[in-house]
Design a protein around this ligand. Structure first.
Ligand SMILES: [Zn+2]
Length: 138
């Protein structure tokens, strides 16, 4: 499958990853249920860990409310790997909360040029998602 995002969202997620480094950054993605990402919510990683993340539950709630007000839903999550490749870890797979979500991972194994990759995680199976970053999405 393909998920479309605005080009600026890639920068937004990478900026958040740098701001949280060496801890993992995290955040939520919202859009219409058919899949394009329209809103990015950078959130606080309450674990303050370099190998794991938990989104601040209050920020999670306010992201749901904001998405709701825009007639959207939470359709995915992003987080960073401060020292490793942008591929879901065993923990990411075991904690993946929703089979309909897209999981974006910012890989910072090359600190100077982080990568952003997307995945679907269903029943423990990882499938890579095609990400299209566009100048404008409708
Ligand atoms: Zn991870």
């Amino acid at each position: 499958m393909t998920t479309r995002l605005a080009a600026g969202m890639r920068e937004q997620m990478i900026k958040h990853a740098y701001a949280c480094h060496p801890e993992e950054s995290c955040g939520l993605l919202a859009g219409p249920s058919d899949g394009d990402v329209q809103l990015v919510f950078p959130t606080t990683n309450i674990l303050r860990s370099s190998t794991n993340y938990t989104i601040d539950p209050r920020e999670h709630l306010s992201a749901i409310r904001e998405a709701d007000a825009a007639e959207m839903e939470i359709i995915g999550v992003f987080h960073s790997h401060p020292h490793t490749v942008g591929y879901p870890s065993v923990t990411d797979v075991s904690l993946a909360p929703d089979p309909t979500w897209v999981y974006l991972v910012v890989g910072m194994e090359n600190y100077e040029s982080p990568s952003v990759r997307g995945f679907r995680i269903r029943d423990g199976e990882i499938t890579e998602e095609v990400l299209e970053f566009e100048e404008s999405i409708t």
